[in-house]
Design a protein around this ligand. Structure first.
Ligand code: AMP
Length: 610
């Protein structure tokens, strides 16, 4: 396909707003594709390389401005391009605003195989219109491959030659493609639906193939050439990263309601890593340029992969950037503790003397290209593995979480410096107290909190679904007065265990009432309290007991607790008309007397703001 034809379709798509119309256009684009289908499936999303590839164009915006300026003529400088960009805000529009194609002489300097024969059509408004999509892909490939001293000049030369052959519409989309700013409204879902529509295969099989291969181009090609059965044969490849499963914010209350039993894990505050290991050498090397089977015709079908790769371990960041070289200690740990092919999911945390450091420290390690040995001495990294996508020949994406976790436990037997397993503990819990005590332990160990996972869930790459919840941090805490309690049971029979909490009924409610010393109940807290604290709280509250009936006692309002909670709900159970969802004891406010505890008015305000 001519690049001009692609650019015209992109321009048409950009004008559309309805998803169905956009999908229809992309479907036509795919139907009309030839060998360039894989490239088109990427370009239309604004991607130059497959999603799994670590390769990037590695060209800064300034170099792109330079190339545009050169193609625009001797009287245009990179600064002029940047100024125009500051005015119009879209590099595509800026590129389209120049008259390219008159710089034949300079074309002779182009590198990387670009033809550099930029010919003007005489009108001064467009190039020769002879650029094909495949050629643009090849030139961008050459651009990405340029390395070493002088490589920036080579990159500018290649880009210049492309712009020099582009007309206004081509230039618009070329510039956007190069700077990853395509923005024509075509996302992953559109491409999925268009592949299904163009080649008459079920959307689900395209979706599955995309999840395991992470390669829109390859999936489009296989859908066209081999249909549904071909798609079903695409599998995970050790060495080729897939998108990480993502989490959304959620509450313990929701998790228990939805699943009854919740798989709870510590949430580590670091950076996500996907670890690929094969003791025989990675069959697919995302860091290797020759690894992309859709790049050249003779390599199509995956034959072009470098199968003798010497790398056994590859580590990818959440964006699928190859960070293996920056994390030698993780590589060593993996090599020492795995002995069969595996893909692990986990978090890398920076620590100092065993205590977690802010996650920015990990990112600094990720970015480090030189002097890694020194960086390693400065910031220590600990790996925590929490999932397993592939173990010893078995793809586990469709396997439920607890089973995946068992496989992880079985294959990865690593310990940290203090003898603790580096595999996360997965606790199955069915009550809020148990979950709260896991959270308390996670926080005590310096970690971020907890993750709540659906025990029946499979691994969905790239999905921010409801099966993984990061527990919402508490909203603003409340300082509430203890007005009642219950004696515990069994081992805790001599302690007060469950505490009735109240807010001041008076005060800043805006109803003109002066302080009347009354309190309205709001909930009970029994969670987040250690045995030791229970003994102290009993000593503190027992002298204020006013009345006792069975297990329940009424307590004079003297003591203020600080409590966290997930939500304030309207509820007929308590006299305030509200109830706290998942309340947790955070501490005694020794510094506050009941008159300065929170008022019902504040509770109402917080409930409204939720
Ligand atoms: P957030 O970055 O706030 O969206 O939280 C989700 C992230 O928490 C994941 O992408 C992981 O990087 C990280 N994380 C830490 N511990 C876990 C865990 N046990 N399970 C899943 N994700 C975790």
């Amino acid at each position: 396909m001519q690049f001009g034809e692609f650019a015209d379709i992109a321009a048409e798509i950009e004008e559309l707003s309805a998803d169905t119309e956009i999908t229809e256009q992309v479907t036509h684009l795919f139907e009309g594709a030839t060998d360039d289908l894989p490239v088109l499936a990427r370009f239309v999303q604004g991607r130059v390389f497959p999603a799994w590839a670590s390769r990037t164009l590695d060209i800064g915006p300034n170099y792109c401005y330079e190339a545009i300026a050169r193609a625009a003529g001797t009287n245009v400088s990179a600064d002029d391009v940047e100024d125009r960009l500051a005015e119009v805000g879209d590099i595509g529009e800026v590129a389209a605003s120049y008259d390219f194609g008159g710089q034949q002489g300079l074309g002779a300097f182009t590198g990387g195989g670009a033809s550099g024969t930029g010919a003007s059509d005489g009108s001064g408004t467009s190039g020769a219109n002879d650029l094909t999509v495949a050629e643009v892909a090849d030139e961008l490939d050459a651009l990405a491959a340029a390395e070493g001293s002088g490589s920036q000049d080579t990159k500018i030369d290649i880009l210049f030659a492309l712009f020099n052959r582009a007309d206004a519409v081509e230039a618009r989309y070329l510039a956007r493609l190069v700077l990853s700013e395509m923005r024509i409204g075509v996302g992953e879902g559109t491409v999925r639906d268009a592949v299904a529509g163009a080649f008459d295969v079920p959307v689900e099989s395209v979706e599955r193939a995309l999840q395991v291969s992470n390669d829109y181009g390859e999936v489009a090609r296989v859908a066209r050439e081999e249909g549904e059965s071909g798609l079903a044969e695409l599998d995970l490849e050790v060495g080729r990263p897939v998108q990480a499963m993502l989490a959304q914010a959620g509450t313990v209350g929701d998790a228990l309601e939805d699943w009854e039993e919740v798989a709870v894990e510590w949430k580590y505050d670091g950076a996500r890593v996907q670890i690929h290991y094969d003791p025989e050498g990675l069959g697919w090397d995302a860091a290797d340029d020759s690894a992309d089977p859709t790049r050249s015709a003779d390599a199509a079908g995956g034959e072009g992969r470098n199968r003798d790769n010497a790398r056994e371990v590859a580590i990818f960041s959440r964006n699928m950037e190859d960070v293996t070289d920056a994390l030698p200690e993780v590589v060593e740990e993996v090599e020492a503790n795995l002995d069969a092919p595996a893909i692990l999911d986990g978090e890398v945390v920076a620590t100092e003397d065993g205590d977690p450091l802010p996650f920015q420290e990990v990112l600094r390690r990720f970015r480090r290209k030189h002097d890694v040995a020194r960086a390693r001495e400065e910031v220590e990294l600990d790996l925590f593995a929490f999932d397993c996508l592939h173990a010893a020949g078995d793809d586990l994406l469709r396997t439920p979480l607890p089973e995946r976790h068992e496989r992880l436990d079985a294959i990865f037997d690593a310990e940290d410096g203090s003898g603790e397993s580096v595999v996360s503990s997965l606790h199955l819990a069915d009550d809020a107290d148990e979950i709260a005590s896991i959270e308390t332990k996670a926080l005590d160990a310096g970690h971020e909190g907890i993750m709540l996972k659906n025990p029946d869930s499979t691994y969905s790459p790239g999905r921010r679904g409801k099966n993984w919840l990061k527990r919402k941090p508490d909203v603003e805490t409340l300082d509430l007065v203890v007005t009642g309690a219950e004696w515990g049971e069994g081992r805790r029979a001599s302690f007060l265990g469950t505490f009735l909490l109240s807010a001041r009924a008076d005060g800043d409610a805006g109803d003109g009432d002066a302080s009347n010393g009354e309190f309205e109940t709001l909930g009970k807290v029994a969670t987040g309290i250690t045995d030791e604290e229970l003994a102290d709280l009993t000593d503190l509250l027992e002298p204020h007991i006013r009345k006792q009936e069975g297990q329940e006692v009424e307590i004079a309002p003297k003591v203020v607790f600080e409590v966290g909670y997930e939500e304030i709900q309207e509820s007929p159970t308590y006299s305030s008309g509200y109830a706290l969802r998942f309340p947790r004891f955070l501490g005694v406010r020794d510094d506050k007397d009941p008159e300065s505890a929170d008022s019902l008015a504040r509770v109402e305000r917080l409930a409204d703001e939720q």
